[in-house]
Every structure is written in C-alpha cells, then in structure tokens.
Design a protein around this ligand. Structure first.
Ligand code: FAQ
Length: 307
C-alpha cells in the first residue's frame, strides 16, 4: 500500500479519498486545508466591514460578490477536508477554540476604503501566487477545489487593483489614502507566505509529498517581483527602502521582515485576533437555529422515505 502511494506521488498522479495514504500525509492535509478554509471565512470580516459604506452601488455590488465568493471558498475547502474523514463541526470547533490557525493577514483592521483596494490587490494577489501551484497538489479534492478558487481570486485581485488605481489617480487626499493603505498592508502581505524556509517546520515533507510545490521564500520572492511594476503602474511607493533590483539574481532584493510581529499575530496578539474570533463564534451561535431547522427537515424527509 505504501509502495503504491509512493508510486502515485512519484508519477505525479493524484491521491484520491479511496486510496491508501500515510496517516501523517492525511493529517498534514487536514491541517493545511482546514487552516485555508478558516482563512476564507474569517477573511470575510475585514472587507464585510465596508459593505454598508461602499462609495457607490457598483462598488457595493462588487464587494458583496467578493465576500460571498470567500464564503463559497470556505465551503469547498471544508468539503475537501471532509473527504479525509474529519467532521466540519469539529474543524469549526478547533477554529473557535484556537486549536487551529487561520491566516495572520486577517488580524489587521480595515481603517479606510482604500484598504479594500489594498486587500484585493495584495492579499488576493498573494493568495493567487500561493494557490496556483496548489492546483497541482497531490491530493485530488484539494487540487480541484483550487481551480475554481483561483479563477475567482483573480477577479478579486483585479477589482482591488482597479479600485486602488482610481484612488491613486484621484485627488491628493485619495492618493494619500491609497499610499497609507499600501504602507499598512505591504509587510503583513509578505508574511502570508509563512516563515522563512529555514524555519518552516512542514515545508520539506510537504514538498516531498507534492502538497506544496514551492517553498515559502520562493513564493514570497515571486510576489515581490510581480508587485513592484504593479505599484509603479499605480503611482504608489512600496514602503521598503531596501527594495531594489538585483541584476545578478534576476530578482528584487527586499528588506528584513519583522518576524516578531508575525509570531505575535500567530500567538493571538495581533490588532484584531480577539475581535475576529469573537465575531465568528457569535455568528456560529446565531446560526444554531438554521442548523437545527436543516436537521429537522432532513429527518422529516428521510422518515417520509423521500430521501
Ligand atoms: N498565518 O511550516 P510552515 C485567503 C503556520 S489566502 C498563520 O511553513 P506550511 C484568500 C503554519 O500553519 C490565506 N499561520 O507551514 C482570501 C504552521 O503552523 P501549524 C490562506 C501561518 O503549512 C483573500 C507554522 O506556521 N491561504 O484566505 C502562516 O508548510 C481575501 C509553520 O509554517 C492558505 O491557507 C500565516 N500566514 O506553510 C480570503 C493557503 N504561515 O499548522 C478572504 C494554503 C504559516 O504547525 C479575503 N496554505 N503559518 O500549527 C499554505 O499554502 C501553507 O499552509 C502556508 C504555510 C504557506 C500558509
């Protein structure tokens, strides 16, 4: 069984739920897919905060659609995790009790409308760079979920860039607001890719299993290289005095990331950690009657033999 699993991985074929897999492979996938699903639904909060304050009907419709897409991504991902034999209710419980993480980026506040543009451009942009290789992840249900998610993230990234472009080319105040959003979101976006390779506990094994295809630092570098010309097109300055093109490497060098801040956010001490988890727990409790009603409806249907 182990040999068959290794053969499939070596041949770059997909592992499906019916296939035998090592317990550690299953656990790693549950950990990563659950963290990813949690990030999608917690990630609805920072932008959801601006739906009622969007400056036009067009912007409001776009933002509503985007936030709904994130809920949909959460659902696909919980469903992908369930194919590994875990229960969605248990995963949500692990999120609510702090036993499982969600992305550090969603613990920062959205202070102005420009933050909605910065999230689309940078946060969705980083998410795409991380997720495109996951479309080729060795676990079939996760890889397939990524295909649709990446298509939607690409619309999200474009709407954010366009929003920020309008602000950056608007009045002096609007330009300043766009620059301020970039100043606050740049460094946390770089942290989304995870700790440096030398400190990444799971990378080597996940790459051997072809769950991850590139290291955290490789993807972070790709994000910096892609973002520099985009910031130029926006007419905004990336807040890093050490950022410069390195001819020899063929990449941009960039400044040192504040990993203490990252560790603090992971430990629950970021600017909004408590608020985000409390809002999630409240939403879950408020939804109890919906779950009860759905269960009662399903029980009634199966009793009637209609299921
Ligand atoms: N935040 O050994 P590694 C989105 C944890 S995009 C929090 O390097 P790994 C779209 C890591 O879990 C965001 N924790 O780990 C959207 C591990 O802790 P553990 C979600 C982090 O797994 C946009 C420890 O540090 N995307 O939601 C972070 O090999 C707008 C050691 O790290 C995904 O989840 C972090 N930034 O690599 C939604 C993508 N980084 O579990 C709404 C899928 C690391 O041992 C609005 N995930 N940690 O307790 C991945 O690609 C990987 O899991 C990494 C981390 C790259 C995130």
């Amino acid at each position: 069984m182990q040999a068959r699993f290794e053969e499939l991985i070596a041949a770059d074929e997909r592992i499906e739920p019916r296939d035998w897999m090592p317990e550690a492979y299953r656990k790693t996938l549950v950990r990563q897919i659950a963290q990813h699903a949690h990030s999608e639904i917690i990630g609805m909060q920072p932008e959801g905060n601006w739906i009622t304050r969007a400056p036009s009907l067009r912007r409001k419709a776009i933002l509503l659609a985007k936030v709904q897409d994130e809920a949909g991504h959460g659902l696909y991902l919980y469903a992908a995790a369930e194919t590994l034999g875990v229960d969605r209710a248990d995963l949500l419980d692990a999120l609510h009790s702090g036993r499982q993480k969600y992305s550090s980026i969603f613990n920062y506040p959205t202070l102005t409308w420009a933050d909605i543009g910065a999230i689309g451009w940078l946060v969705d942009g980083a998410a795409i760079i991380n997720q495109i290789p996951l479309q080729r992840c060795s676990y079939g249900p996760y890889a397939r979920a990524m295909v649709r998610i990446c298509k939607e993230e690409s619309f999200h990234q474009r709407q954010g860039f366009e929003l920020l472009y309008d602000l950056a080319h608007g009045t002096a105040e609007q330009h300043a607001m766009a620059q301020d959003a970039l100043n606050r979101w740049w460094w946390p976006s770089l942290m989304m890719f995870g700790p440096p390779d030398a400190e990444s506990a799971h990378s080597a094994q996940s790459m051997a299993w072809r769950i991850k295809r590139h290291s955290n630092d490789e993807l972070r570098q790709r994000f910096v290289d892609i973002s520099v010309p985009q910031a130029e097109a926006l007419g905004l300055t990336i807040p890093d005095p050490d950022l410069r093109w390195n001819e020899e490497r063929g990449h941009h060098d960039f400044g040192v990331i504040d990993w203490t801040e990252f560790q603090e956010v992971l430990a629950g001490n970021g600017p909004c950690n408590r608020q985000r988890v409390a809002a999630r727990v409240r939403a879950h409790e408020d939804g109890e009657w919906v779950r009860q009603a759905a269960l009662a409806y399903a029980a009634k249907h199966s009793a009637d033999g209609r299921d």
